[in-house]
Write a new protein. Structure first.
Length: 266
């Protein structure tokens, strides 16, 4: 009997998300992820062009001009996806499905966080509020009530790094077209929220988004290495297995009541 040829693992790190699928569709991964990467590349080019066209202070005012009560409420809370308690909610939910997914996303955010700390300490750029106070004291930035605005370590945006690492990582995990597009929109909104709240300039968000995407990409082989029996386990499966005897008793009890028409009250 002729033995089947086993495809070799991709030796190039940056190609890992696009490995040939078991069905032989080599381009499937790329086509799906293009629903994240294509709008992201457009986002990157447009924002980069704006940075070339306008001074950073003028661009910040242009991007920060549409304050409404709804926008204030939305972005004040939505921005927490990038650095508050909400990322842990995402990771906690993923634990219910697969341990390896949570570990991978934690690794991507840790990698991005290390880069963020090094860059912030190296450049130590002032944030918008301090920058305008020192250079344009006659201009008052529109601030959002209830948001503590920071003054230092503006470059790059750590929240944007976390947002893009999280959502591009989810796109790499699920590889669904409409989900990839949705994840890009959610990541981009995290980035814009940092400008809206005057926590960062556009350049901080642009570089932060790139670091986040690269972090998720670089850490992707970790997910593949954990794609084994342990990595596929989840809290839900562990709970079911541990309590299988009790769950079976409950199931049998319900079936017994149904057979006796216990629920029929007509």
């Amino acid at each position: 009997m002729q033995s089947q040829k086993v495809p070799k693992a991709n030796k190039f790190l940056f190609l890992s998300p696009f490995e040939e699928s078991p069905e032989g569709d080599r381009g499937k991964g790329f086509r799906v992820l293009s629903f994240f990467l294509t709008p992201y590349i457009l986002f990157f080019i447009i924002l980069l062009a704006a940075l070339v066209q306008y001074p950073k202070a003028e661009l910040h005012l242009l991007m920060n001009a549409n304050h409404t009560s709804f926008n204030d409420f939305f972005f004040r809370n939505y921005t927490e996806i990038g650095g508050g308690w909400l990322p842990f909610v995402f990771l906690g939910l993923l634990l219910l499905y697969r341990y390896s997914w949570t570990i991978y996303l934690l690794a991507a955010q840790f990698f991005g966080g290390i880069v963020s700390v090094i860059a912030k300490r190296t450049f130590d750029e002032p944030r918008p509020l301090l920058y305008f106070q020192e250079n344009f004291p006659e201009i008052s930035l529109p601030l959002v009530e209830g948001v503590r605005v920071h003054y230092a370590h503006s470059f790059p945006s750590g929240y944007t790094i976390t947002g893009f690492a999280l959502f591009f990582g989810l796109a790499l995990i699920f590889k669904k077209r409409w989900l990839s597009l949705l994840f890009f929109v959610m990541a981009a909104l995290v980035g814009y929220s940092r400008i809206y709240l005057s926590q960062h300039f556009a350049i901080d968000v642009l570089v932060g988004s790139a670091i986040g995407v690269i972090s998720a990409w670089v850490c992707y082989p970790l997910l593949e290495k954990m794609d084994n029996k342990w990595g596929k386990k989840s809290l839900a499966n562990s709970f079911i297995k541990k309590n299988e005897h009790y769950l079976l008793k409950i199931k049998n009890k319900v079936l017994s009541l149904q057979s006796k028409n216990y629920w029929n009250i007509a």
